[in-house]
Design a protein around this ligand. Structure first.
Ligand SMILES: *Cc1c(COP(=O)(O)O)cnc(C)c1O
Length: 388
């Protein structure tokens, strides 16, 4: 039944698959090993590092949602990125990655390249000349991350994939910010999709996980072989929890977006919110590309605080319903000051290159009542401006 719609895939994968007790919800298989039916006869699952029923169901749900042929569940998003380069890059071969990619991704690629495992070049994929120059270096792999963190810059996936394939490179898209509900990179030409399932896919800020989905079964086999070889696999319990999160993914993504739309309208009207960054704004540089390649604009947004730095600190400390914390995509709203939190490993020069100012604040809009969230922002803006 390949024609099933995403909501059905998300809700039904694995339902009624238990043949022993006919449990409606698939049970958790915590056993690390499985009996061989007879001497010399290898069972479907033998040892959890190589395979497990819960991981298998989560893989199926995710590759079907992304329109791929195979998936490998890893213990975190970083492990999925590490698995990808381990499986496909040899010493001397070149990887292109975004100059404003997730900080942990930058650290991973930069440090593995320093050890000589492969070569890496960080590129601004919004700059056509820079992309042409980088493509001429004959990269083997290309990573895109769109929309990017924290400025939600949008890269044209279809265009980059065409250029990449013309030079023989394969492309992976880190789709963490939108999930398959709002963007399906494989349908735009990508060869792989990577997620930190820690974020929207699990959606409740209580599981660390990752996945890499491949367009072809053959690449999926290579990735599965390497996941077992280097020990990158996710655990049964985490897989169970993440599939539970996926059941409501569509409903959550739509509510997140509805709330963020109301918050955007409010921020655009407040004098302490300077430039607001969100792909849904007609003034956003990537708006037209986002309209073409995304099914929704997502609910990550950031803005320049237009008061003093002291007022910014007062504003953030006064918020009751936005927790000052890293990560994103959970049901609870979060606020982050990228320069001192998620991106603090960057020196001033790197922050400047990435366009991240000291006045920038990032919101992960949760599922609380939108009116309550706006009232909270409003009282904190007022407090920040008072003499106290
Ligand atoms: C969080 C994140 C990662 C890393 O995932 P972990 O699960 O924390 O290892 C990679 N890419 C993006 C865009 C992220 O937000």
């Amino acid at each position: 039944m390949t024609s099933r719609k995403p909501a059905t895939i998300a809700v039904r994968t694995g339902i009624e698959s238990d043949t022993q007790y006919h449990a409606v919800v698939p049970p958790i298989y915590l056993s690390t090993n499985y009996g061989f039916p007879a001497f010399g006869e290898v069972p479907e699952y033998d040892y959890t590092r190589s395979g497990n029923p819960n991981r298998g169901l989560l893989e199926k749900a995710l590759y079907e949602l992304e329109g791929g042929q195979a998936a490998v569940i890893t213990n975190c998003g970083t492990a999925a990125l590490n698995l990808w380069v381990s499986a496909f890059l040899n010493p001397g071969e070149l990887l292109l990655a975004p100059n404003d990619c997730y900080g942990g991704t930058y650290r991973l690629f930069h440090n593995r390249a320093l050890k000589g495992d492969f070569k890496v070049k960080f590129v601004d994929f919004c700059d056509d000349a820079a992309v042409r120059e980088a493509m001429a270096l004959k990269p083997k792999l290309i990573l895109l991350e769109t929309p990017s963190n924290p400025l939600v810059r949008v890269v044209d996936i279809e265009k980059i994939c065409q250029q990449a394939h013309a030079t023989g490179a394969k492309v992976a898209v880190d789709n963490t910010f939108l999930s398959p509900v709002y963007q399906q990179p494989i349908s735009l030409g990508a060869d792989f999709v990577i997620h930190s399932t820690t974020k929207y896919i699990n959606g409740h800020s209580d599981v660390l996980g990752g996945v890499i989905i491949s367009k072809t079964a053959e690449d999926g086999e290579t990735l599965g072989w390497w996941a077992n070889c280097i020990g990158a696999s996710g655990t049964p319990f985490d897989s169970y929890m993440t599939l539970r999160g996926i059941r409501t993914l569509g409903a959550r993504m739509r509510s997140h977006e509805e709330n963020s739309q109301k918050i955007l309208d409010y921020l655009l009207s407040h004098k302490l919110a300077g430039t607001v960054y969100h792909p849904g704004l007609p003034t956003h540089p990537g708006h037209e590309i986002a309209k073409k390649q995304q099914k929704g604009f997502g609910s990550m947004l950031s803005f320049e605080f237009a008061g003093s730095y002291d007022q910014l600190k007062k504003f953030v400390s006064q918020l009751q319903l936005f927790s000052l914390a890293e990560s994103l995509g959970g049901v609870e709203s979060l606020i982050c000051h990228p320069a001192s939190m998620t991106h603090r490993a960057m020196d001033d020069e790197a922050l400047k290159n990435a366009g991240i100012s000291q006045q920038l604040l990032r919101l992960s809009v949760g599922l609380e009542d939108a009116g309550d969230l706006i009232a909270d922002l409003d009282q904190a803006f007022t407090y920040a401006q008072e003499e106290n």
